[in-house]
Structures are given as structure tokens and as C-alpha cells.
Design a protein around this ligand. Structure first.
Ligand SMILES: *Cc1c(COP(=O)(O)O)cnc(C)c1O
Length: 381
């Protein structure tokens, strides 16, 4: 699904010296590279505070710890996402409340959020799924009305712009009260191991979180709160700092690939191509609302398993993100859930397929992928 070796070979000349510098200085933990990357990412995102940590799942958990959410507090998130989002809610003994998603954007459904709010609700976690910004204006309005925190899960959306109702733009992750991201190698900004970060514009929250990531220490060996040990190591920061200047180009390349895929598939009766907000197709360069962490089609009347097998036979990687709704996962089942409230997710899990999406796909490969998919669908439906 990704070609990290191809990408590395093009930036080796900047990545290698950046890593070597860390090794030469032996500043492996909290070294200058970590600080440098943190500052550069703050500038890029237009956010006041970036707090690096060990991975994207930790980032979510620490964000929730920083908000001082208490056992029993309800946290609303999307049913159609990676399990990390709901996992940390459960680990902290908060109550996850899963809600359905929008059939066009795959992002959390605003009406479903509103319906799920109770006096116990304390936070909403929108996920910018597959790289498309969730409807943040509507979510922030709801949060304000009901006095809730908004924690953006930006693991798949780094670099995406959200265009507000008034036309101004903000990077995803810089809009909610706090946000998390992951630098897992296959993410849009990936390191060569594990990494993550928390973002916030709130000075006090940033201070609290900087202590939490460091064993709850605000003064050496004084532990004021229960914390964790979650660090981005200096070598990973060196890789990320070398890659950050390329992020916009990488995302642009992903959008160009998405455009080619969509051109090949559009108007096909059995294929629904991914779209952005109602005003754009997600791949217009003036909008930048979609950074295509995944390029995900919905199939109609196509045997998905057979298509997956056919693509595998042709050595074309593909993925099904995600095959099971979170509310049907054993760990997160809850008798309060009603199947009628999850019609979109229940349908998506059966019909989605994600095609290869990375920065190194060339025209020939894209052509081979689209023609293989189309030939299969046209001769089997
Ligand atoms: C990847 C991902 C995470 C977790 O990130 P890790 O760094 O693997 O812990 C969380 N949420 C979403 C939506 C993700 O895609």
C-alpha cells in the first residue's frame, strides 16, 4: 500500500545527515532535534503548542488525561474508524459513545452527535478519516452549545486544511481544544519507527500535558499528577524534521493520484469515488480539504472479496478499512446500541475498498491499477 523505500531514496541526502547528527551527539532522548521539530511543526500547523510523544494512541490518551476527564464521563466518537480512538476512552474508564458517520464524507455525522449528547457527555472526538477534514465548524458549534471538549484525532489528516464558513482556513489539528496525531511510518508524515504528538492552542493545557508525558513531573522528582512515559525519540524527530518540508508536496502528489483514480472511475454505475465537502470533490487544489491518507471507493453490486482476490493475484495491494464497525467489536459492544443508528457504517464496512496510495505511484502503475479494477468489475457485473 505504501512505498517507503522509494520515498527514502529521494530524501536520503537530508535524512541521513539529520540522523547522523543525533548519533554523533548521543542526544537520544529529548535532544535538540526533538525541540527543533516541535517548533517547526508548530509553525507549519499554526498551532501554539506541539507536545511530541511516543505514538498516536498515546497522544489521544494523554489529550484526554490532560482534560481531566473522569470515569463515567461520556465521550462521543465515530463508529467507523481505527480502534485506537475508542480504545483509549475505554482504558481511561470513560464511557465511549459510538455514533454513525456521513455516507459521503465517511466522517462523524453531526446529527448523530447531537442525538447522542446526554448530561454526562464531556467530549467529542472527530477523526479526520482517510485525510478529509471533519465538519469542524458544526462540531465546534455543538461543543460550545453543550459545553464539551473537542479532541481532534488527526492521525490521518496531517497537512489538511479546513475551510471555515467565512472562507478562512485552519490546518486540521489546530481547531479543537486539543488534537492528536501519529507519525507511524505509513501516515502522511511518517517516521522510521513509532511517534506521535499532541497539539493545542491552550497554554495551561499544554503545561499540564507536558507534565503528563513525563511521569506527571512539573519539577524534577515531584509528581503532582499520575502521568505516563511517552516520548518521541531524537532519531525519529530527526527523520520527521527532514521530512516536514516535503509534507505539502507529498500531500499534493497524493491528491494528484486521487484525481487520476477518480477520472478513471467517475460515473461508473458500480463505483462511488470519494468526495470532499459538498462544494468540492476533495481534489481541487484551491481547497486542500483532503490529503488522501487513503483513497477509498464504495462498491455497489460488486463481489468485494472476489475483487480483493483478483487484485492480489495481479500483485496490486489493497485494503479494507474498516471491515467491522467498532460497535460490533467484542471489546466495545454495549447493549445500549441500536442497529438502526448505524445504517451508514454497517453499509460501508461491506462496500469499501482502499487502493494503493502513497507518494511514489507513477502514471503507469495508476493506469495498471485502474484498468485492472475496471476490467474485473465490467466483466463480473
Ligand atoms: C494510526 C491511527 C491511530 C494510532 O496511531 P499509532 O501511532 O499507531 O498509535 C489513531 N487514530 C487513527 C485514526 C489512526 O489512523
Amino acid at each position: 500500500m505504501v512505498d517507503l523505500q522509494g520515498q527514502y531514496s529521494k530524501i536520503k541526502n537530508v535524512v541521513d545527515p539529520s540522523i547522523q547528527e543525533v548519533v554523533d551527539n548521543a542526544a537520544f532522548i529529548n535532544g535538540p532535534k526533538v525541540h527543533q521539530f516541535q517548533k517547526n511543526l508548530e509553525d507549519y500547523l499554526g498551532v501554539k503548542h506541539v507536545i511530541p510523544c511516543a505514538n498516536g494512541t498515546d497522544a489521544l490518551q494523554i489529550a484526554m488525561m490532560g482534560l481531566n476527564l473522569q470515569p463515567g464521563d461520556e465521550v462521543i466518537t465515530a463508529d467507523f474508524t481505527f480502534a485506537a480512538t475508542v480504545e483509549v476512552i475505554a482504558i481511561l474508564k470513560l464511557t465511549p459513545v459510538l455514533v454513525d458517520v456521513d455516507p459521503i464524507t465517511f466522517n462523524i455525522d453531526i446529527n448523530a452527535i447531537e442525538k447522542a449528547i446526554t448530561p454526562k457527555t464531556k467530549a467529542i472526538v472527530p477523526v479526520h478519516l482517510f485525510g478529509l477534514a471533519a465538519d469542524m465548524d458544526a462540531i465546534m458549534d455543538l461543543a460550545k452549545k453543550h459545553n464539551l471538549y473537542v479532541i481532534e484525532d488527526n492521525a490521518q489528516g496531517i497537512g489538511a486544511d479546513y475551510t471555515h464558513k467565512d472562507g478562512t482556513k485552519t490546518k486540521t489539528g489546530a481547531i479543537g481544544h486539543v488534537a492528536s496525531t501519529s507519525f507511524f511510518p505509513s501516515k502522511n508524515l511518517g517516521c522510521y519507527g513509532d511517534g506521535g504528538a499532541i497539539f493545542t492552542n491552550d497554554d495551561e493545557l499544554a503545561y499540564t500535558i507536558r507534565g503528563i508525558v513525563n511521569h506527571g513531573m512539573y519539577k524534577r522528582y515531584h509528581h503532582d499528577v499520575v502521568g505516563v512515559n511517552s516520548r518521541l525519540d531524537s532519531i525519529q524527530a530527526a527523520v520527521l524534521d527532514a521530512k516536514l518540508p516535503h509534507l505539502d508536496d507529498y500531500n499534493k502528489t497524493r491528491r494528484n493520484t486521487a484525481r487520476k483514480y477518480t477520472e478513471a472511475f467517475k460515473n461508473h454505475p458500480s463505483i462511488v469515488t470519494p468526495t470532499g465537502k459538498s462544494t468540492c470533490d476533495g481534489i481541487c487544489d484551491t481547497c486542500d480539504c483532503h490529503v488522501f491518507h487513503q483513497y477509498t471507493l464504495q462498491l455497489q453490486g460488486v463481489d468485494r472479496d472476489a475483487l480483493v482476490a483478483h487484485l492480489q493475484e495481479k500483485n496490486i495491494p489493497c485494503g479494507v478499512y474498516y471491515p467491522i464497525p467498532l460497535h460490533k467489536q467484542k471489546a466495545y459492544e454495549d447493549e445500549r446500541y441500536n442497529e438502526d443508528d448505524f445504517t451508514v457504517t454497517n453499509k460501508l464496512v461491506k462496500s469499501v475498498i482502499s487502493l494503493p496510495m502513497h507518494t511514489e505511484l507513477d502514471h503507469e502503475q495508476i493506469e495498471f491499477i485502474t484498468s485492472t479494477v475496471l476490467n474485473f468489475i465490467n466483466s463480473n457485473s
